[in-house]
Every structure is written in structure tokens, then in C-alpha cells.
Design a protein around this ligand. Sequence first.
Ligand SMILES: Cc1cc2nc3c(=O)[nH]c(=O)nc-3n(C[C@H](O)[C@H](O)[C@H](O)COP(=O)(O)OP(=O)(O)OC[C@H]3O[C@@H](n4cnc5c(N)ncnc54)[C@H](O)[C@@H]3O)c2cc1C
Length: 376
Amino acid sequence: MSVEPVKAVLIVGGGIGGLSLASALRDRGLDVDLVEIQKEWTVYGVGIIQQCNVVRAMADLGLVDRYLDAGFPFESVGMYTADGRLKAMIPGQRLAGPRYPANLGISRLALHRVLSSAVLEKGTRVRLGTTVARLDQDAAGVNVTFSDGATGRYDVVVGADGLYSKVRGLAFPEAPAPRHTGQWVWRHNFPRPAEIDHLATFSGPDGAAGLRPLAADLMYLFVTSVEPGNPRMPADQLHTLMRDRLKGFGGLIGTLRDRITDPAQVVYKPMEVLMMPAPWYRGRVVMLGDAVHATTPHLGQGAGMAIEDALVLAELLPQAAALDDLLARYMARRFERCRFIVDSSILAGEWEMARRQDVDRVGLVKRMLEVTAQPV
Ligand SMILES: Cc1cc2nc3c(=O)[nH]c(=O)nc-3n(C[C@H](O)[C@H](O)[C@H](O)COP(=O)(O)OP(=O)(O)OC[C@H]3O[C@@H](n4cnc5c(N)ncnc54)[C@H](O)[C@@H]3O)c2cc1C
């Protein structure tokens, strides 16, 4: 394989991982094209929690100040009973340095704006409403045919196109398909009361609920559920169905439950997972984020792992070494860490589905914080 340093990169997918990578590669002077399948470049959903390791990664990407301005910084993770009694308060670590908070909650739209504005300012060529149709690689590069008939040649193509990745289908036709774990998650935004200044998770009889601060005036409420037979939920009934899933909870969650009155404000999603076996590259095509390691939200680390992937790839790709060696180093730094997050998150969901009360959920969160505090 060539020892010419990588100069031209195509990123497929302008989500959290793809944008983080584009920003970091432009900082290192590489030519970056990015294609995003959506015509309107936006994001759906509610908000996202970014824990200590992710705040550190955003600092390493040079984006932390604008990112912190767009979200809600917080220090600790609280674990509660269904009726709101505190079981444990787990302090976060300020991994980005004493000037920065341990964690951040941020709305998905605000995070998208931070990342996409950085990527455009840094001179990434972004094409919306476009994907890849063909990838033909040889020893020196990849010839790409786009969905609009245009063509291009790149040193490396990165698949950052999420759970149902097209790049994965083209380059790794034998890859496993995503799997539904059996759980669903229901979410709803609310104004943030002063007491929700940390991440709060409540263990209920049939699943977990939680409150996540996203901005000075915003938080979201979620609850997990099992829906036997995976029925399609009527869109005009999502409010009554979410209220029903929350009936085992008291305290603040119980009060908020009664304020869920508009079905259009409820976001209802299946939990789907994927752990693609190593390696996540074939020749000059490499994958990151949910396209290769999609996890459930139980430990709030899916996007964090995508951002860390981007950080590591951006550090390695410009180096003057054989591409195969660089990508092997990418795998060595990312595979076990991502597998730990996927496996531990699935385990937390299995405990909820089996209604296990004899498990150490607090210990699982502490272990996740220890593992992710390690350098990437
Ligand atoms: C309910 C829920 C809650 C979550 N909460 C958290 C949390 O609190 N913290 C956390 O860290 N993570 C959380 N996650 C996980 C997180 O959302 C994902 O891990 C993260 O979005 C992965 O980033 P990504 O860039 O790999 O993929 P995505 O963010 O999915 O981005 C993929 C991009 O590729 C585009 N695309 C798709 N197909 C194509 C194609 N063929 N061609 C071109 N573009 C394409 C998409 O439009 C999208 O813009 C949660 C997930 C769920 C489901």
C-alpha cells in the first residue's frame, strides 16, 4: 500500500461523526468533500448528552467554546428510585481541564449548527441531497460515482452515514444488519426547572425514565418501554401512550407526565444496535460512528464514540505511513472501547427488560466513566 500521505478525503454522511471528522481534517489542511443524503440539512429528535470524554474530545477538536455556549454544562449524574428518592450522585471529571465543565447537554439542532457552521467556515465542500452510488478502488485511490451521476477520485472514502449506512452495504456486503433490542424510547421536551441541573435517571418497574438538561430553559424527559409485537403506534395517540408508559413514576416525573398533551411533541424511536466485527476498513474505505457501532442510549455515549472515532482518524490519516498501518492503528484505538460501550448499553437494556432489581446499575455507570476517561 502507498506511503503517499492522504490528501483528498470524501466523507459520506454529514451527521455528528462526519462533521467532526470534516472539521478536524480541514484543520490539518486536507481536501475534504462531504455528501449528505438529506436535501434540507437539519436533524430530527430531541437532545443529546455529552459526557466528560466527549467534552474533552470537543476541546481536542478546537470546538469546545462555541459548543459549550450552545448547551447546558453540568457536573454530575444522579440515579433515583421511581418515586424520586436519590440512590447515588456520581460526580463527573473535568477531563477537558478545570476551566471546562464535566458534561454537556445540548439539543441536536444546536449541536448540528455548531458542527456544520465550523465545517463550512473551514472550507469543506458540502453537497446536500447526494450520496454515493458506486465505489471502485485500486491501489492508489477510490473512484466514486455519486447518485447525481458526478464522479470523483479520492485517497480515502469515509462512511459516516449512520445506522443504515450505504457505504457499509457497498464496501462490506457481508456486514451484519442492525438489530432491534426489544426496547423503545419515548421523549418529550419541557422547560427546565432549576433542580434539573444534572443528569437524572429514575428506575421504574418496567423501564427507566430520565430528565436531561439541554439549555438554560430546556430539558427533555424520556421513558423506555417494551412493546410486544412491535406494533405501529398511532401518531395521534403518542401523548396518551407516553403517559401510560410513565404511570409507575412519582415525584417530578409524575407531575410532568400529566403535562404531556400534544402527540406531535412526542418522539418515539426503537433502540437498534450494531457491532460490526473488525476491521472497519477495506482498502481505502473506512467507517466510523453508528455505521459500525450503534448503541442504545442507556449510557449516553453513541455520539461520543462517533466524535472520538473522528478525532483518532483525523490524527492518523495525514501521517506519512502506509494507509493499511494507519487504519490498523485506528482499529486498535477504537474497537474495544466501542465494543465496551455497545455491550454495556445492551446489558443495561436487558436488565430493564428483565425487570432486574438485583443489579448494580450505578456500578455500570461508574465503570463506563472510568473506561471513557482513559485517553482515546
Ligand atoms: C433515542 C436516542 C438517544 C440518544 N442519546 C444519545 C446521547 O444522549 N448521547 C450520545 O452520545 N448519543 C446518543 N445517541 C446516539 C447518537 O444519536 C448516535 O450515536 C450518533 O448520532 C451517531 O453519529 P453518526 O454521525 O455516526 O450518525 P448520524 O448522526 O446518524 O449521522 C449520519 C448522517 O448520514 C446521513 N446519511 C444517511 N445515509 C446516507 C447516505 N446514503 N449518503 C449520505 N448521507 C447519508 C444522515 O442523514 C445523517 O446526517 C442516542 C440515540 C438514540 C436513538
